[in-house]
Design a protein around this ligand. Structure first.
Ligand code: ATP
Length: 325
């Protein structure tokens, strides 16, 4: 390996910048050149790349988002798009790629490196959804969860003052990871997750029980991938059954994706970026670097993508209702 290209793709996640910084500096320390590819695969196709030096990543550890920008790029899904991308990075002399993103990004990376095996590819799990197999945590999940907690703590203040019940929708696509952690952290009265169905009667009984136990407010966290029904319809249906609370709905939205990365995500980004470059140097390809039991682990991209049965922590699932009685 002599020249590494680094890109961020798919949804942005706090911690991507510390990771880019680690990739650039680890590569340069090892005598390699580094090229920053703008807007994910789009920059490969449109030849939007620039040489990066140690100072080009100064003062970015504390920044959310990604200095390389990110995009969803449809042409990269086609053979023609991939060929153009390949020709462009070959012309640059790039022989190794670090791709930071989620499952879509890894699917693209795997197809690309199967088609063009002379380009080694290492993936870094960068998504707030925490939905990849092979890493207990993905970059951005911790920061996003902390942002959610901060917002729900504020909602709790107003809910408590007015005897209100709030339905709060949080991000995570098909994963309830943010919802579950935030729910435990904020003492949510109920957490609706895509991984676990909740019957309407049970939810209502649970909330009525809260009133009997003299709770002055209730928070129900709804993961965006929850299948109980849209959050507004859900709130309306519950309001018909529960009249002692005034019900409000808050959809937290994209504020969850921004903000300075937490200490955890800065360290995780640094570790994974460092490990990704070392993996390329040692001849690895088509792997994802992850963190399991506090150790760096390499997982074949194929495997990281094929495990759709990502499980939430069973003790958290077990305690989520019990701790809210
Ligand atoms: P997040 O989990 O945050 O959404 P992601 O990496 O899953 O991140 P996607 O938009 O699904 O985000 O994928 C990012 C990019 O990866 C796509 O815009 C596309 O360029 C590329 N990609 C996804 N699937 C494929 C595929 N089957 N073949 C080639 N490229 C793909």
């Amino acid at each position: 390996i002599s020249k590494i290209g680094v890109l961020t793709s798919g949804g942005d996640a706090p911690g991507m910048n510390p990771c880019i910084r680690a990739v650039v500096r680890t590569a340069i320390f090892n005598g390699l050149q580094v090229v920053g590819i703008k807007q994910g695969y789009k920059g490969m196709i449109e030849n939007d790349m620039y040489e990066m030096g140690t100072r080009s990543v100064s003062n970015i550890l504390n920044l959310g988002g990604t200095i390389l920008k990110t995009a969803r790029c449809l042409p990269f899904r086609t053979d023609e798009g991939m060929e153009t991308a390949y020709q462009n990075i070959k012309a640059q002399g790039i022989d190794g790629l670090v791709v930071i993103g989620g499952d879509g990004t890894f699917t693209g990376a795997l197809r690309f490196s199967q088609k063009y095996p002379d380009i080694s590819v290492i993936g870094v799990p960068g998504t707030i959804d925490n939905d990849l197999y092979g890493s207990t945590y993905t970059l951005g999940f911790d920061t996003a969860t902390n942002t959610v907690i901060e917002a729900i703590d504020k909602i709790r203040d107003t809910a408590d003052s007015h005897d209100r019940l709030f339905f709060v929708e949080v991000m995570g696509r098909d994963s309830g990871a943010i919802a579950l952690r935030a729910g435990i952290s904020c003492g949510a009265e109920a957490i609706l997750l895509p991984e676990k169905s909740t019957a309407m009667e049970d939810l209502i009984a649970h909330l009525k029980n809260g009133a009997i136990n003299k709770k002055s407010s209730s928070i129900v966290i709804v993961a965006e991938g929850d299948k109980t029904g849209g959050i507004y319809d859900l709130a309306k249906a519950v309001q018909q059954e529960i009249t002692h609370y005034d019900i409000k709905v808050t959809v937290l939205g994209h504020l969850q994706r921004g903000g300075a990365p937490s200490s955890f995500d800065r360290v995780l980004g640094s570790r994974l970026g460092f490990a990704a470059v070392n993996a390329l140097i040692s001849g690895q390809s088509q792997k994802m670097v992850g963190l399991e039991a506090n150790h760096i682990k390499l997982t074949p991209l194929e495997e990281a993508l094929s495990h759709h049965d990502f499980k939430l922590e069973s003790d958290l699932l077990q305690m989520m209702d019990i701790l809210a009685i």
